[in-house]
Write a protein that binds this ligand. Sequence first.
Ligand code: GLV
Ligand code: MN
Ligand code: MN
Length: 418
Amino acid sequence: MTSLTADHVRLGELIDTFAGVSERDTSPGVTRLAYTPVERAAHDLFAEWMSSLGLTVWIDAAGNTLAERAGTDSGLPAIGTGSHLDSVPHGGAFDGVVGVCAAMEAARLLVEHDVPHRHPMRFVVFAGEEGARFGQACTGSRIVAGLTGTVDLPEKRDAAGVSLADAMVEVGFDPAAVEQARWSGEDWAGFVELHIEQGSVLETENVRLGVVDTISGSTRLRLQLTGRATHSGGTPMHLRADAMAAAAEVVLLIESLAAGEGNIGTRTTVGKIDVTPGSITTIAGRASLWVDVRGTDADHQRNTAQEIVTQAAAVCARRGVGFEHEQLADTPPVRLPDAVRDELAESCRAVGVEPRVLTSGASHDAQQINNVIPTGMMFVPSKAGISHDPAEWTSVEDIALGTTALTTSLIRLDAGLS
Ligand code: GLV
Ligand code: MN
Ligand code: MN
C-alpha cells in the first residue's frame, strides 16, 4: 500500500463545496453550464485552493485552469491530471468534479508529504466539457488539442441562440485568441483522468476501480421538422402536416436503428425536443430534435447517423413535413494507449484492487487530450449506473481509493517516463 493515502473526509468536503456552486433556482441537482459565471466561480475555487498549496496557477485563453508543481529535473515535459467542473442542466455532483477533487487531493498529498518528482506535475480543470449547452462536448480540451479553433466558435449555439464565441466573451475570454491555449506534445509526457463510470459495470461486478481501454465517440445532430400550425379542431386529419406526429415517428425510428440485431454497441438518443407553438389547440408547426449517436466503432457510429438522416427525411416526406438537418458535433471513438493503461492497472493493484478493464460510454476530456499526449483513464463506480441526473452518486471511500491510485500513477509515471 502506498503511503500517500487520499483523505475521504476532505474529498467529501470538496465535492460538497462544488455542489453548492450552481445556478440559482434550478433545483434539483447541479446546473453549472459551460462558459457561464457559475462555471468560472467553480474554476476560481480550484485556483484559490491550488494557490494556497503554493502551486503556480494560470488560466489559459480557452478558460482552462492549470496549476503546476515544479519538477526536480529541468527541461522535462509535464505529467498531468484533471477533469471538468461544468455540468449538464440538473446534473449530479460527481461528473467531472471527482477528477478535479482527486487532482486537488493528489496535489495536497505531494505538497504536504514533500514528495519530489522529476517532471513538473500539472493539475487541470478543462472548461466546457459537457456538450449539453452547445452540442459539441469538450471545448476546452479540444482547443488545447488543436481540434477546435477560433473559426468553430461562432457556429456553435445554445438553445437561446447565444454562440459559443459570445458566451466566451461574456465570461472574459477572447475567441480570437484561443489558439494560444494549444498544447505541444513536447511539453507533456503523459496525462491521466479519474472519472465516475456513468454506467453500472463496476457496481454489478463489485469491482471498485476500472481502467478504460476505449472511449466512445459521438455524432450529434439537430433535426428540424416543419409542418403547418393550424387549428386542432378545424383541420381534418387528412389535411394535416403535423410536426409533432412526425417527430414521434422519427424518435421511434432513431431508437429502432440502434436496437436492431447486428448492432455493435452503437447507442442512439433523442434527449430533447422543442415543439412550437406548444398549444393544446394548435397542431405543431415545428419540431426540433437533438440526437446523440454514441459508438465504439467509428464507421458504425457515422453510418447510423447518416441512416437517421436518410430515413427521417423519408418519414417527413411521406407526411408532407419539411425536413432539414445539421451536424452539431462529430467525435470518433478513441482507443487509449496500452502503456498508460498498464501503468494505471499497476497503480490499482498497488492499492489492492485488480481493476476491471472497460469501455467508456461517455465522452471525456481524456479522449481529446490523447491526440497530443499519451493518456489514460480510471473509473470509480457509479451507483446504479446513474449519471447526468441529481441521483448520480459515488461513495467517498471509492473516490478516495481512486484518488490514491491516481496519485500512485502520477508517481509511477514520473519514475517511468522520460
Ligand atoms: C459527457 O458527459 C458526455 O456527455 O459524454
Ligand atoms: Mn464528465
Ligand atoms: Mn457529463
